[in-house]
Design a binder for this molecule. Sequence first.
Ligand SMILES: [Ca+2]
Length: 357
Amino acid sequence: MRKTSLLKRKAIAGMALCFGVTAFNLYADDAGNIADAAKKSSQSATATSPDIKEKIDQFVQKMVQEHQFSPEYIESYIKDAQPNPSILEAISRPWEAKPWYQYYPIFLTEKRISKGLEFWNTHQETLQRAEQELGIPAEIIVSIIGVETFYGTYKGKYSVLDALYTLGFYHPPRAKFFRKELEEFFVLTRDEKLDITELKGSYAGAMGWGQFISSSYRDYAIDFDGDGIRDLLNNPVDAIGSVANYFKRHGWKTGESVAFPAQVDGQQYTSLINKDLKFNHSWQDIQSKGVRLFTPHMDKVPADADAKLLEFEQENGKEYWLGLHNFYVITRYNHSPLYAMAVYQLSQEIKSRKYES
Ligand SMILES: [Ca+2]
């Protein structure tokens, strides 16, 4: 049992910011077909077809024209990159396609809660500084790093170059996205003086304590200990600051709630349930369709607040929550309501442990 959950954690390390964009919706309905496609494409992955060769040439040209690399530099790394069948296999089976009752036990474990408390105590001052300077609660930062990498324990075992090369050239459904990340990766490693061949990450190319993909690293990483380097790979202080910065830049509203459990009546509420992550309804509007909060929370949400009714599948039925703006912000890290809810609930468990001790 212990072994299984360890494996699960390893598999999970590194989902964030990668699946963010579309994988959850893309693959949830079509996992079987894509797994087949992955098998087929991995069988032929070692042979470079004319089509792939052309795409590689275009990529090299782009790197030369737009980022002033020498063609030899890019080609030498591309030549050494290996398409990895296990990466194609892994991306065809996203964890977010599971029902909630199978998903949350992976994250909401005693061990992840107690290690979270330890991480908080170890990095108390940094987390406090992140709260004060960037406005992001310590428990949210701790929880993100806990969900992503078990507090820096599993930062991913794949060569980032191989991962982005494999998905950028051998995974048609998301090739464009990952070729863009490969482009970002070359620029990132040049700017930050990172060793391209040494860098390890998730099968989708996410790196470090908070599992930032290359474009996010470039856009949101900050040097939080003032040594002049933005090091998300080995420096937890920079990682904490950068996770907080990511949330701040995505519009976290300091002091506001994330979500409340909800009750539903009648049938009208069903029109509010969909996979769209956008918040298109006001709380007043949602209430008018038979949704209520429990008494202590009733007056905590302004009538005109943007909100979303969320439905989670439990083993014996459905569970409802009202997601608020900050819930939406968590989905900017990984575009899945399951992910955001797991992060939120883990954060609350760790926080209550922190303040009871
Ligand atoms: Ca630093």
